[in-house]
Design a protein around this ligand. Structure first.
Ligand code: SF4
Length: 421
């Protein structure tokens, strides 16, 4: 899809470095899809775009790091074809190994202490899990089973924590939950049921493991196992009507993604947890600042830190607007000089600035050198600061320079006219 003159390409949406055009279709022409992608799109299409089209990484979240280390330890525990199972000490050792792969900041904790506290919580949780399940330990049919199934122009990925085979083609899917509470998530159940039942590999696995040649696989239900409390919540299989309605919804979301429909759907809760606020033209543009902005200095430091961050982001947004107006003044001034408005006078000096050719390539470089967090809070001017920073690794500078073009720029100094308040 090409731009003509300065017109945006059909369906293009604004991005960091210009309009977003559709990504090149994959060789198989299928849209990669999953339950979490669908959830994110339904939460906010623009957030989906930032994450999956622009490929801008989100800040690490400590609760994901915690859940993933617990999952890794349980996977290690169940990855045996026959007893004996690893001891509880070995399971905790695996948790420790996984925990140590990243620093507390990389895991998303604010302090080392909070990370250490969660480590101890995880060890206690695994010991309690082991004791609770010791008497019924048995090798499961499948652990961390990941599959991609092609259906209706989609390549849908599901990852099941554990699958038990009940005989006669019946399987039960088990999902470990490590958060505060367990809510039934019908969409997840529907997605897993639909995909598991048409997955040809699952039939093959049943034949390989149990020697049963089954005509069909049928999901008997889904078990949510809440690890912090050792409570189990079983949900029956969905009926055909529920699955049919759900699948219409899936195809609707897929069509919207293919049609590049990425309008933001702001919400107080969704935006509060969104890492892309500084890139989102709608966050501070058309919407009143979130209620938290009314907090006073008497309130806790965490709220003040968040408020400070949001003000900083707002400032970045205003700086982007300043840069845009400044460019227009520069073009109008030709070689610079002094120009008067009704309230201000501008002294314009001609100079140079960097611009970047390929948005995707720059984001990839920032991601590769773990500079994406700077890109999240910085505008184009900020990316230039990253490029010109003494602290930038030479390899990153070399790659960024390959994407950069030096262009004419104007330095503008504004002075308020005498007598005006
Ligand atoms: S800030 Fe809100 S509207 Fe903007 S992308 Fe994030 S969730 Fe969507």
């Amino acid at each position: 899809m090409k731009k003509k003159n300065n017109e945006p390409a059909p369906g293009a949406v604004p991005g960091l470095f210009g309009d977003i055009v559709p990504p090149a279709p994959k060789a198989d022409g299928l849209l990669a899809f999953s339950y979490s992608k669908m959830s994110l799109y339904e939460e906010c299409p623009l957030k989906y775009k930032f994450k999956y089209i622009d490929k801008i990484k989100e800040e690490p979240k400590f609760y994901f790091a915690f859940g993933s280390a617990i999952h890794a330890a349980l996977e290690f525990m169940y990855a045996v074809k026959a007893p004996p199972f690893p001891t509880v000490e070995e399971v905790c050792e695996e948790f420790k190994r996984e925990w140590g792969l990243k620093s507390y900041l990389e895991k998303g904790y604010r302090t080392q202490q909070k990370s250490d506290d969660d480590y101890l919580k995880g060890v206690a949780m695994l010991k309690a899990y082991y004791e609770h399940n010791r008497a019924r330990l048995a090798p499961p049919f499948l652990v961390e089973y990941s599959t991609d199934v092609e259906v209706d122009g989609l390549k849908v990925r599901i990852i099941a924590d554990k699958i038990e085979y009940k005989g006669g083609g019946l399987v039960e899917l088990i999902d470990y939950k490590t958060g505060k509470d367990v809510k039934r998530q019908p969409s997840q159940l529907y997605m897993y049921q639909k995909i598991a039942e048409i997955d040809p590999r699952l039939k093959e696995k049943i034949a390989e493991t149990y020697g049963h040649k089954v005509a069909d696989v049928r999901v008997s239900g889904m078990l949510y196992y809440h690890v912090p409390t050792n409570k189990e919540y079983f949900f029956d299989r969905a009926d055909d009507k529920e699955i049919g309605g759900f699948w219409e919804r899936v195809l609707g979301v897929a069509d919207a993604i293919r049609g590049l429909k990425f309008d933001p759907t702001p919400s107080e809760r969704g935006c509060a947890w969104c890492d892309y606020k500084s890139l989102c033209p709608h966050f501070f543009g058309n919407n009143p600042p979130p209620a938290e902005h009314k907090l006073t200095s008497a309130e806790n430091i965490e709220a003040l830190v968040d408020r400070y961050g949001r003000l900083q982001e707002r400032m970045d947004e205003l700086q982007a607007q300043l840069a845009e107006v400044g460019e227009s003044i520069g073009r109008a001034s030709r070689d610079g000089g002094e120009f008067a408005g009704s309230q201000y006078t501008a002294r314009v000096k001609k100079g140079s600035k960097w611009e970047f050719k390929d948005r995707e390539a720059v984001i990839n470089i920032l991601n590769q050198f773990e500079l994406y967090h700077k890109a999240l809070t910085l505008t184009l001017t900020g990316i230039t600061n990253v490029l010109e920073s003494d602290a930038l690794p030479e390899e990153a500078r070399k790659k960024l320079l390959e994407q950069a073009v030096k262009k004419t720029a104007f330095d503008i100094k504004i002075v308020k006219k005498a007598g005006l308040i």
